[in-house]
Structures are given as structure tokens and as C-alpha cells.
Design a protein around this ligand. Structure first.
Ligand SMILES: *[C@@H]1O[C@H](CO)[C@@H](O)[C@H](O)[C@H]1NC(C)=O
Ligand SMILES: *[C@@H]1O[C@H](CO)[C@@H](O)[C@H](O)[C@H]1NC(C)=O
Ligand SMILES: *[C@@H]1O[C@H](CO)[C@@H](O)[C@H](O)[C@H]1NC(C)=O
Length: 178
């Protein structure tokens, strides 16, 4: 009996820990607003190229390098944990809206044409473990104080100044360059 209760408790914990409320229509809308998936023949976006969903069917990972040409509406993707958008041809500054993704653990925006400072809201990305901003023209400082969970950091080919964060995993396990 005790084991059963324990098990039930665990199942309950796991199911409540998983997802933030999301709206399938709006998640689809945010994906369809960019060109990447316009030729997909099914409407269930969890099977689309580069998309991974959780059990509830909400997007947790977008791996769309070389595909996206404009930013997604992040406010419609509340469960996103991993955003991999290398080589997407993005110019300009990283949108302030990225700060809405406060549960993001992986962010990769390498080899785009991003410039300017990181948005102030970047301090919201406290869960980041993997950050690759390599080969852009980003300036200013990285908000190291907020990025305590980093184990992989690549800032090479930019114009950052200021202190470099202390990574959670010591060299040489963490590939680290600037
Ligand atoms: C999802 O969003 C659409 C568009 O705003 C809305 O019409 C619909 O009622 C929402 N669905 C749920 C379950 O909230
Ligand atoms: C982050 O995840 C937690 C736990 O799943 C959730 O309660 C919270 O709403 C999420 N935050 C955002 C901004 O989605
Ligand atoms: C930071 O994250 C919180 C939720 O965790 C959100 O309410 C807030 O709008 C975010 N701030 C910015 C600037 O995106």
C-alpha cells in the first residue's frame, strides 16, 4: 500500500512538473508564421522537421538551423527548452522577447548576422546550460551573474567585453572558447 501511494505520488509529481499551459492553435500559428514548415502535409506539428514535443504535445525543442528566416513569436511557445537556430541568416539584435523563455536550457544562434548588445531580458535565461553565440557581431557584456548553470559556452567571433562567466563544469570537460 505504501509503495502504491509512493508511486502515485511520484506519478503526480512528474505530471505536474512537466508542462506550462499551452494552446495548440497558437503554437501552430507561431510555427506557420515562419517559412520553415509551410510544405509539411500534416497539421500535427510534433512530427514536423526539427520539432520535438513533450507528452502533452507542446513544443520543447526547435532545431531549425539554416531554415528560419525570421524570429518566432516566443510568447506562444511556453514550453520551449531548446532553441537551435544556427545559420538562419538572422540580422539585427536578439529580440527582447527571448526573455520570455525563462526555462530555456539550450540556445544556439551561431553563424548568423546578429549585432548590438544582448537584450536586457537575457538575464531571465537563468536555466541556460548550453549557449552558443559564435560568429556574430555581438557587443557588450554577457550577464554572467544570471547564467550560473552554463556548462557549454561559445562566444567566439564576436566583440564581447567584460568578465567571462565561471562555468559549472571545469575545463577540459566544457568546450570553451571566446
Ligand atoms: C487557443 O487560441 C485560439 C486563438 O486565440 C482561441 O480561439 C482558442 O479558444 C484557444 N483555445 C484554448 C483551449 O484556449
Ligand atoms: C517554467 O517551468 C515551470 C515548471 O514546468 C512552469 O511552472 C513555469 O510556468 C515555466 N515558465 C515559463 C515562463 O514558461
Ligand atoms: C522574465 O520571465 C518571467 C517569467 O519567468 C516573465 O513573466 C517576464 O515577462 C520575463 N521578462 C522578460 C523581460 O521577458
Amino acid at each position: 500500500m505504501q509503495t502504491l501511494l509512493l508511486l502515485l505520488g511520484l506519478v503526480f509529481m512528474l505530471s505536474t512538473a512537466t508542462a506550462t499551459d499551452f494552446n495548440k492553435t497558437l503554437e501552430a500559428k507561431s510555427l506557420l508564421a515562419v517559412d520553415c514548415w509551410k510544405y509539411e502535409t500534416t497539421s500535427s506539428y510534433c512530427t514536423w522537421f526539427g520539432i520535438t514535443c513533450n507528452e502533452e504535445g507542446s513544443v520543447v525543442q526547435i532545431d531549425a538551423h539554416s531554415c528560419l528566416l525570421k524570429w518566432l513569436d516566443f510568447s506562444l511557445l511556453p514550453n520551449l527548452r531548446s532553441l537551435l537556430l544556427d545559420d538562419c541568416g538572422f540580422g539585427g539584435v536578439i529580440p527582447e522577447q527571448i526573455g520570455l523563455l525563462s526555462n530555456l536550457t539550450h540556445l544556439s544562434l551561431g553563424r548568423n548576422y546578429l549585432y548590438g548588445k544582448l537584450p536586457v531580458s537575457f538575464t531571465n535565461l537563468t536555466q541556460l546550460e548550453y549557449l552558443d553565440l559564435s560568429y556574430n557581431s555581438i557587443t557588450g557584456i554577457l550577464p554572467s551573474q544570471s547564467l550560473k548553470n552554463l556548462v557549454h559556452l561559445d562566444l567566439s567571433g564576436n566583440h564581447f567585453d567584460g568578465p567571462i562567466p565561471h562555468l559549472s563544469v571545469p575545463w577540459p570537460i566544457s568546450p570553451f572558447s571566446i
